[in-house]
Design a protein around this ligand. Structure first.
Ligand code: GLU
Ligand code: MG
Length: 432
């Protein structure tokens, strides 16, 4: 039974927040939304409130998008909710609505290249508060230990209309990974949010506490969010692959990749936005440490993924690039907006994207610089500085956006200032 419907936004903190209303009011709420407060955007992931240009003033509407309805049944408990857009009282997208920011990035991609993005999020998480099963990387024992969670999550994902791909016990201690199939445009980011929420809800239902925090232990592996991307033309034909070109990338794909590489250090603060994200983004953790495009290389920020078919038509559909420098402290909509803008910028600039098949951490700073590789920012502060210093990145967003984002993240940094790395990890483990 459920008489209440929840409408949510995934905000700058990557948190899913909103309000509930009686289901009988659904028609009215689909048209008019619920009231929302501008300063909410400055609530950080630890419940602190960053400097806000809005103070106590102003009003907004959070309007459910009818296409996003999620009715997840957990026994008698039904979680009925929508994702929505934040609009001004005049009905325009609000500058800090992450879903609207993604929509405008996707429109730019459409205008510049006449293609639609297909994206699939692969998300890692860890189970908390249970004994660690040792020696069980990708193990069957670890999988069976959490089979109730895995079964429930996959069932919920399918019931929600998404395509479950696979679920596994990952390499790290009590670490799992959930993969779903690609979705078009904004729905791909909606799906990423919903999968996280379904994992948390499934966990509550079966008695397992899960966390998507970027890393739990500085000495161990992190939880990545890997974003697989490909392109469809106006007739829904794949245009990502070209057998004749380097790495199999079409000209469009290579230019998009070139843009992501060129602007990667400027967007990282939006795709890996926590203080501990930078403990994960270090060499030899299979995450990302340089702005390189690797051919089937799991240490690269951007990876050309393998295809498993011999049939040329199937290869064209399967071929995709994977962005690996993201984690679940990031709002999927904001992360994807930043990546798409960087890619479109690359298309506009006609960039190339050299492919690497080597360990860049072995190269000297001079060699790296000569080959146009940069070590990615090594702290959130550094990533924010690079973002703030990059006029091109700034211009992709409304003029008001970056100062607010910076203040938001600075409040998070301040909250953690006097903690050790391990304490910081523990703080994020509770909040994501
Ligand atoms: N755990 C790794 C990360 O932090 C990814 C491992 C893999 O699936 O390749 O991104
Ligand atoms: Mg993985």
């Amino acid at each position: 039974m459920s008489n209440l419907v929840f409408v949510a936004t995934c905000d700058l903190a990557g948190k899913v927040r909103g309000k509930a209303f009686p289901v009988d009011d659904l028609d009215r709420r689909l048209a008019r939304g619920v009231g929302w407060t501008p300063t909410n955007v400055q609530i950080n992931c630890f419940d602190g409130i960053a400097d806000s240009p809005f103070g106590s003033l102003g009003d907004l509407l959070l309007v459910p998008d009818a296409a996003t309805r999620m009715r997840a049944e957990f026994g008698d408990n039904v979680e009925d909710w929508f994702l929505g857009d934040i609009l001004t009282l005049e009905g325009n997208p609000w500058e800090f609505c992450t879903r609207s920011l993604l929509k405008s990035a996707l429109e730019r991609l459409k205008t510049v290249a006449d293609v639609t993005l297909l994206a699939a999020f692969e998300q890692e998480f860890q189970v908390r508060g249970k004994p660690t099963i040792v020696g069980d990387a990708f193990g069957r024992t670890g999988f069976e230990a959490e089979r109730p969670l895995c079964e429930e999550l996959i069932r919920q994902i399918a019931a929600a209309g998404f395509a479950p791909d696979s679920i596994m016990k990952e390499y790290g201690p009590n670490q799992y990974e959930i993969v779903i199939g690609p979705e078009k445009g904004v729905r791909a980011a909606d799906a990423a949010v919903m999968v996280r929420e379904l994992a948390r809800s499934s966990g509550r239902h079966v008695g397992t506490d899960v966390t998507f925090a970027p890393i739990l232990d500085p000495a161990s592996v992190g939880n990545g969010v890997h974003i697989h991307m490909s392109f469809l033309d106006a007739n829904d034909n794949p245009v990502t692959y070209d057998a004749e070109r380097s790495g199999g990338m079409s000209r469009l794909t290579e230019a998009f990749a070139g843009g992501v590489l060129k602007y990667l250090d400027g967007i990282l603060a939006m795709t890996a936005p926590s203080v501990v994200s930078y403990l994960r983004l270090t060499p030899h953790r299979w995450s990302a440490a340089y702005n390189n495009l690797g051919f089937r290389d799991r240490e690269a920020s951007l990876r050309i993924c393998p295809v498993t078919s011999k049939d040329p038509t199937a290869i064209e559909r399967q071929f995709n690039l994977e962005y690996r420098a993201a984690d679940a402290a990031a709002c999927p909509h904001l992360a994807l907006a930043a990546i798409v803008h960087a890619g479109v910028q690359g298309i506009e600039e006609g960039l190339d994207a050299p492919i690497t098949e080597e360990d860049l951490s072995l190269l000297s700073p001079e060699t790296l610089a000569a080959r146009d590789f940069v070590r990615l920012p090594e702290s959130l502060e550094q990533a924010l500085q690079r973002m703030d210093a990059n006029e091109t990145v700034k211009n992709w967003f409304p003029a008001t956006f970056l100062p607010v984002y910076l203040a938001h993240k600075e409040s998070e940094i301040t909250h953690l200032a006097n903690m050790t790395d391990l304490e910081r990890c523990a703080a994020y483990a509770c909040t994501y």
